[in-house]
Design a protein around this ligand. Sequence first.
Ligand code: MN
Length: 228
Amino acid sequence: MSHAFEPQQQPAVPVAGQSVRFPVHRIYCVGKNYAAHAREMGTDPTREPPFFFSKPADAIVADGARVAYPPRTTNFHHEIELVVAIGGEGREVARERALELVYGYAVGNDFTRRDLQARARDKGQPWDVAKGFDESAAIGAIRRAADIGHPQRGRIWLAVNGVLRQDADIADLTWTVPEIIAELSTLYTLRPGDLIYTGTPAGVGPLQRGDRVEGGVEGVGTLANAIA
Ligand code: MN
C-alpha cells in the first residue's frame, strides 16, 4: 500500500565523526533534575521519582540553525541539558544494565514557553503547549559512547550573547542517567532513536529575537543557535 501523501521527513541528528545520522523516534524529557533549578522554580528539591514529559520527534533543531521566536508567548526560555541518545530496546531495564542501551550523548536546549507552562501548572493542565512546540528541541551532534564513554561529571553551561546564564556540573543531576533510563523504561518501551533530555540546571531565563544562545557540556560538545 502506498501512502495517501508523501510522509514527513524522518527527523535525524548528525553523529560526530560519522557519515550516518541518528534517526529520532521519541523525545522524552525529565523535569526538575537539578536541586538548584527546582528551587528557582519555587519547589523543594526531593528524591521523589523523576517525572517526565515529551516533545514530538520533529521538534528537533540542529546546531547552528536559526530558531524562530515561537508564537503565543512573551516568556520564551532556554534550558541547557545533557541529552542521552538511546541505541537499544528495553523495558524495565535494571539500573546496572541501563548504560548498555546508550548509543551516545549530545548537548540539548529544552526551549520552553514559560508563561504557558506556569498557566498549565496553575490550572493542572498538561505541559504540551509549553514544551512540545515547533523547534523546541535544539540538539547538537551526538557523540557515541563508544568514543567518549559515559560522562558522569563535567561542566554544563549556557551563555546568551556571550553572558553566562547557566553554569553547573552534570555530577549534580538529582537522578543519574542509569536511574532515569531504569525509571523511564518502566513507563515506556525504550527504542533505538529515543532521545532523553535529562533536565536543566539553575539559571533559566528569557530569550529575545536576535539573541545568540550558546551552551555546552564538557566532554560532549557545544550547541549554538540564533533566535530569529
Ligand atoms: Mn528541561
